[in-house]
Design a protein around this ligand. Structure first.
Ligand code: CO
Length: 133
């Protein structure tokens, strides 16, 4: 089994502050980590839920993939991040099964992680992120 834990569930939102306030006021959830990932054109806020996170995600510029997602689909579930021990090995396993990938090689993610995205087309409609801590 290559997946060791759900790392995060990422939700695309238009207004990050409003979404953070919603999770705080409704569920008492506090922001554990906040980061702008300039290479992806996103700002994220991570809310810890047990050993996993809810990741609220908003675009920092109009050409960001998340901006395009919000235009097309509106707010909502964007991707699921699965924790893996070895991102490169898991990515190779996906490719070996004929899966379409977005990242041909693992790359740096937020929080100092190593990540790779798998295309939803061959993953039953879900954008999957492999996350190695
Ligand atoms: Co993610």
């Amino acid at each position: 089994m290559l997946l060791t834990e759900i790392d995060h569930v990422a939700i695309a939102v238009n207004d990050l502050e409003a979404a953070i306030a919603y999770y705080r006021d409704t569920f008492g959830a506090e922001v554990d980590h906040r980061e702008v990932v300039e290479s992806d054109g996103v700002e994220e806020a991570l809310l810890k839920v047990a050993d996993s996170y809810v990741q609220l995600l908003t675009p920092t510029r109009p050409d960001s993939p998340v901006a395009k997602f919000l235009e097309r689909r509106g707010e909502g579930l964007h991707h699921v991040g699965y924790r893996v021990d070895d991102c490169a090995a898991a990515l190779e396993a996906v490719k070996a099964q004929g899966g379409r990938v977005i990242d041909e090689q693992p790359r740096p993610g937020s929080r100092g992680t190593t990540v790779a995205f798998i295309h939803p087309k061959t993953a039953f409609g879900t954008l999957i992120e492999l996350v190695q801590e």
